[in-house]
Ligand binder design. Structure first.
Ligand SMILES: *Cc1c(COP(=O)(O)O)cnc(C)c1O
Length: 361
């Protein structure tokens, strides 16, 4: 195996090589301190600097206004499925959920185990082949819950809905840091680190300060947003390694030209691969409607299931991994996150054409 292959896995997924190399170099003896950062108290200046820089960089790079606070909470994106309703869906309140995929469904299930979570729109009946947009949010709803990118089915919410005074709660796990966000509409958003931001096991939560203030105060401490906020996400020992890598990725993002560059690059990557799909519609077929296609998780199928399988196996032999889709769906999926090198996209583009020529329908 070569030292580095093109990694198209949906998450955990490819991370910037320079960030990994720097972590390797600093791993055992952090900045000549004679010990690693992982053996250092999180209350030391060495760690606190990283912790605060990660937050500041997140504000800066993702263009988050001061109306919102950034929390770093263990438990990944998945814990947020529970924390959100526990904090905001208290007795007498209800939430409205847009169901656009597998993760949206998981969030709904968890919300329903806590309180009154209602479905406002869903494309489940057609295998999530589109993202519903024609709905009117009830002005009495506590929040509208959306998933901005559907990692498994390969669709994306390209426009944030207009919801008036109703805050949007958004799962941005798989398209965070790929485009600007209308923060004035976002009550709370979150992302499991494991896609664009680092190793698994932690989530970054971006929450409007008044939402934090009105969160449920009768929960066990770790589950309270206000506690995390008051303690600057150091209520307990934070996920130091996750935060260290996230900081590195945010620095890298800035060096690459920031959010605008990420946005432009996401377009470029998606256009390359969808370009092949659209050019050979008899051979490659997308699973979602054109206007709702994801820029980070591109799902497509070949003429037969056997060919889907062959595609990902032969791609691996050419050092492109992770192209098989989610097991329940059985198609191909190319995840093109921010750290995907241009050469990886070009190589996949060429491979798709070669594969088709070698294996006619
Ligand atoms: C990966 C993912 C999650 C879960 O994140 P974890 O950190 O693995 O818990 C949630 N939502 C979406 C959209 C995801 O892609």
């Amino acid at each position: 195996m070569p030292s580095r292959i093109f990694n198209f896995f949906p998450g955990p997924c490819t991370l910037p090589l320079s960030v990994l190399e720097k972590a390797r170099d600093e791993f055992v003896n952090y900045q000549d301190s004679g010990m690693s950062l992982w053996e250092t108290s999180h209350r030391t200046p060495a760690y606190e600097e990283i912790h605060n820089a990660a937050k500041d960089l997140m504000h800066e790079v993702f263009q988050i206004p001061d109306t919102h606070d950034i929390l770093m909470i263990s438990g990944g994106g998945t814990l947020q499925f529970a924390m959100i309703p526990m904090n905001f869906l208290t007795a007498g309140k209800f939430a409205q959920h847009v169901i656009t995929g597998w993760w949206a469904k998981r969030a709904l299930d968890d919300a329903r185990s806590v309180g009154d979570a209602r479905v406002i729109a869903s494309s489940e009946d057609v295998n999530y082949k589109y993202v519903p947009k024609d709905f009117k949010v009830d002005p009495k709803a506590e929040y509208l819950y959306v998933t901005t990118n559907n990692t498994i089915v390969g669709s994306e919410l390209h426009e944030y809905p207009e919801t008036g005074d109703i805050p949007i709660i958004a799962d941005m796990s798989s398209d965070i840091l790929t485009r600007p966000v209308p923060w004035d509409r976002i009550g709370l958003s979150f992302a499991g680190l494991t896609k664009n931001l680092g190793p698994g096991g932690m989530a970054v939560v971006i929450a409007r300060k008044d939402m934090i203030e009105k969160s449920n105060k009768s929960l066990p401490t770790y589950l309270r947003y206000d506690i995390h906020s008051e303690h600057n996400s150091m209520f307990n020992t934070p996920a130091m390694f996750c935060i260290y890598i996230m900081k590195g990725i945010l620095e890298w993002t800035k060096e690459q030209g920031g959010l605008e560059a990420m946005d432009r690059k996401a377009d470029w990557r998606a256009n390359k691969i969808y370009g092949v799909i659209d050019k050979y519609p008899e051979y490659y077929q997308c699973l979602v409607d054109k206007q709702d296609r994801s820029r980070t998780n591109l799902c497509f199928r070949l003429p037969t299931k056997e060919m889907d399988k062959k595609f990902s196996i032969e791609a691996l032999a050419e050092n492109m991994s992770g192209l098989a889709g989610y097991f329940q769906y059985g198609f191909c999926r190319a995840s093109l996150y921010n750290a995907m090198p241009d050469e990886g996209v070009e190589k996949l583009e060429q491979f798709m054409i070669d594969f088709m020529e070698r294996n006619p329908a």
